[in-house]
Design a protein around this ligand. Structure first.
Ligand code: ZN
Length: 398
């Protein structure tokens, strides 16, 4: 049995010792010595929405609007090589590991211009860090690929054959958004994979497609296999309409991914100072029983000039923007639904030199230690090392 001594936890006050055995958390007990906690111990971070193939790629220009960013990204896709993409994706994945992220879902462009180059580059990057980071690849029909077209359906099938585990698209950018959403749902059903759709990334309530997504999910029996990313339009609907819709989303087990930085940055952009926040209502969604997650979305690309793949930073921005106060709810948003460390959990854990979650969010300190299945992961993404003697962690003979 190995013991991590004197840690603070998210869900209770005091100092505790965590006992690990094999790849699991075996016991949580009051600290054997009376010293204040040296670390905050929490579940490892999970980024449920990234675009690793574009990360760090953009010049210092600022997008004039979401549409302007889409046009810039499209121009660049023509020239990006597999090596370019692998290099960007590897950088984002290694930075994620250094921040304490154990899992990333990345939307990876497929279209007639990109073909399978982005899928190839991202899968190659994922294999470089496979011992430290779980990577879920979404075959993402970009603005240049309408799911209604047979060519896009063939690209979905090819990407899934190569290792993508979900499919996605942006129906709003297609000629007939409602038809594109139906085609995406049909493709997910036919291929037997879950879908994660960029939907309603705007504030124009009459154009909302999210009701159609809920109907289409239930009609096809896809409950539990659908994620909606963005859904900013929920912030522009009446509270009663939102409540009814959130109840239906919870019933259909549709996951809602909110992207605090990008929604703040791009919504209502280009028309003077913003008057709205542009985030789907996180607190109401949690109350309705919807599974809500945060993601970084774009990092240093045409859509967003900042970020570094740090989900703690995303949690900090999201806590402010969405008024999420409860530490266990914040943990759930940035740790893949895990609200606390529990006995019996797989020991995918993060140690932060901080005294509480608020302290960690306030300072976002370096020097974090990521554990995967009970082993310390090197900050550079190397194979897990034995926990003994690492980073002040203490081994105890049993
Ligand atoms: Zn996105």
């Amino acid at each position: 049995m190995r013991v991590i001594r004197s840690v603070a936890l998210i869900d209770r006050a005091g100092s505790f010792d965590l006992a690990l055995g094999g790849d699991r958390v075996r016991a949580i007990s009051a600290a054997a010595d009376a010293t204040p906690p040296r670390w905050l111990a929490m579940p490892s971070l999970v980024n449920l929405h990234a675009h690793a193939n574009r990360a760090y790629a953009a010049p210092a220009q600022r997008p004039l609007s979401l549409g302007d960013a889409v046009a810039s990204a499209k121009r660049e896709r023509a020239s990006a090589t597999v090596e370019d993409i692998q290099s960007r994706a590897t950088r984002l994945m290694r930075r994620s590991i250094a921040h304490g992220v154990s899992s990333v879902r990345t939307h990876t462009d497929i279209d007639a211009i990109t073909g399978m180059r982005a899928i190839e580059g991202v899968l190659a990057a994922a294999s470089e860090v496979a011992s430290s980071l779980d990577v879920e690849v979404v075959a993402f029909a970009s603005a240049a690929a309408d799911p209604c077209h047979p060519g896009t359906q063939a690209l979905f099938a090819e990407a899934v054959g190569r290792g993508a585990s979900l499919i996605g698209a942006v129906p709003a950018l297609c000629a007939n958004p409602a038809a594109a959403l139906e085609a995406l749902l049909d493709a997910a059903l036919a291929l037997g994979v879950p879908l994660d759709v960029h939907l309603d990334e705007h504030l124009d309530a009459p154009k909302a497609l999210i009701h159609q997504l809920v109907d289409g999910t239930v009609a096809r029996g896809l409950q539990g296999r659908v994620t909606v990313s963005h859904a900013c339009v929920l912030s522009a609907m009446s509270r009663d309409d939102v409540r009814r819709l959130l109840d239906r989303m919870a019933e259909a087990c549709i996951v809602l991914v909110v992207l605090p930085e990008l929604n703040l940055y791009l919504q209502a952009r280009g028309n003077g100072a913003p008057r709205v926040r542009g985030l789907a209502p996180v607190v109401e969604a949690l109350k309705a029983g919807v599974a809500v997650r945060f993601g970084t979305d774009n990092v240093r690309d045409w859509f967003f000039p900042f970020g570094d793949g740090d989900m703690l930073e995303t949690g900090f921005v999201g806590a402010m923007a969405a008024h999420v106060d409860a530490p266990e709810e914040l943990s759930s948003l940035i740790c893949g639904g895990r609200r606390r460390i529990e006995v019996g959990d797989v020991a995918d854990l993060l140690l932060i030199p901080a005294s509480s979650l608020d302290d960690a969010l306030a300072r976002r300190p370096g020097g974090r230690v990521l554990l995967r299945r009970g082993c310390v992961v090197g900050a550079a993404g190397g194979a897990g090392a034995a926990i003994s003697g690492q980073a002040g962690l203490v081994d105890a003979a049993d």
